[in-house]
Design a protein around this ligand. Structure first.
Ligand code: LLP
Length: 403
């Protein structure tokens, strides 16, 4: 069950909202920062997973870098105190405006996704009279064994430069006297759970590709393995902090890297996922013909993962636990939101404590790709962030019938 130190105060917060467990988040970030030093693996947090400014302030204070995919993410990262030199700028389609902005900020490296981008970025930098540091994003053609919407390292995916174009990419980079070749970047997909197997495969492929570039006279100063470490959506209470150690250890075991070669990763989900939950209130229980619907006040506009990927998020009735000590009977519900789409369903046939109007519901493991993917669909407002240690500051419920 989601840990809420002060349920009396929590119950009066206006719903829906994203609740961030700051103790758990601090613990997760501290663990990553420590392991980063232990294994000498540079961590660049993938801002796209969650761009809450307080969470990002905490990550930057721990000395980590970032992986950004837009000009606004770069500006945001700088405003959160990340060192521009530790910012990588990736993304399949960068606009001229974003490229110029990144050059002016002085980011660590552009991660270029195509031969076309080498030319565009090389030329723009030349026009500005600047040198530019560039990594090549490689499409390693590896199956990350994850959901087909979040696998990115196969030939049929739109990402990266595949082995068929390596020679051309190398000679293009060499043809620009203002391009500094930073290294190679790989990212094969997200929510990877069989870490040892997949990362071993990835490292073996990376070793071959790095060697091939170096034979071509390109010194690979940095190897970036991307993000992808998965989290336990089924059992967030028993696995609140993902297994970063196995990830880093497996990398160091199988990756062939010289001492002076920088090794980087770009985790997103694993840093923020378990610290966030979407909190919602039951509007009513609707008895359908053959199902019971738990209608809550959060919708797919607040958390789109179930509708978009069929993603599983654990759902809990907080009121039944904190007010009634888990004494209620259990019932089976389809947990649905108020948006006018049948995909607006958070979970089908979920067994929950018997629920009533006004109960608080937690949709767990929603810290990554939750709040950032929200929309205003149906003119619904964005659910705000509420932090476990600042409950008193959170927006309160209104009594609409008070004089
Ligand atoms: N690096 C690159 C180049 C990426 O494309 C991504 C994520 C990451 C790092 C961070 O990956 P992570 O550690 O979070 O797996 N919206 C989807 C996930 C999309 C991931 C996009 N790329 C979801 O809700 O599952």
């Amino acid at each position: 069950m989601l840990n809420i130190p002060d349920f009396a105060s929590f119950r009066n917060v206006a719903t829906p909202f994203y609740y961030y467990d700051i103790d758990l988040f601090n613990k997760t970030v501290a663990e990553v920062a420590e392991l980063s030093k232990k294994y000498n693996v540079h961590v660049h947090y993938s801002v796209k997973a969650n761009s809450d400014s307080r969470l990002n302030d905490i990550i930057s204070a721990a000395g980590l870098g970032t992986d950004c995919v837009s000009g606004d993410e770069i500006e945001f990262a700088v405003s959160c105190g990340f060192d521009p030199k530790d910012i990588f700028f990736a993304g399949v389609g960068k606009t001229d405006k974003e490229i110029v902005q990144a050059l002016q900020v002085g980011i660590g490296a552009f991660v270029v996704e195509s031969l076309e981008e080498i030319v565009i970025i090389g030329d723009l930098a030349k026009k500005l009279g600047r040198r530019v540091s560039m990594s090549l994003r490689i499409n390693p053609n590896i199956d990350a064994h994850t959901h087909h919407h979040i696998t990115t390292g196969l030939y049929e995916d739109k990402f990266g430069i595949s082995d068929r174009s390596f020679d051309e990419a190398a000679s293009l980079v060499k043809s620009y006297d203002n391009i500094d070749f930073f290294g190679l970047q790989f990212h094969i997909g997200s929510q990877i759970l069989d870490v040892e197997e997949v990362v071993k495969l990835e490292c073996e492929r990376v070793n071959d590709i790095v060697a091939r570039f170096e034979r071509d006279g390109m010194i690979v100063k940095n190897i970036d393995l991307g993000g992808g470490l998965g989290i336990d959506y089924d059992d967030p209470d028993n696995n609140p902090v993902p297994d970063f150690e196995t990830w880093f250890r497996t990398i160091r075991k199988y990756l062939v890297a010289r001492p002076e070669q920088g090794v980087h990763v770009e985790p997103g989900r694993s840093l923020v996922g378990q610290a966030g939950s979407l909190i919602s209130r039951v509007l009513y229980v609707k008895k359908g013909e053959n199902r019971r619907f738990l209608m809550v006040d959060a919708g797919m506009n607040d958390l789109i993962r179930p509708a978009l990927y069929g993603a599983y998020h654990k759902i809990e009735n907080l009121s039944a636990h904190y007010d009634d000590n888990d004494s209620r009977e259990m019932r089976v519900y389809d947990v649905v939101g108020p948006v006018c789409e049948s995909a607006d369903t958070f979970g089908k046939e979920r067994t929950l404590a018997k629920s009533h109007r006004g109960d608080l519901i937690a949709i767990r493991s929603a810290g990554a790709y939750g709040q950032v993917m929200a929309s205003h669909y149906n003119m619904r407002p964005f659910a705000p962030s509420v932090y476990s240690d600042r409950l008193a500051e959170a927006p309160r419920r209104k009594d609409y019938f008070a004089k």
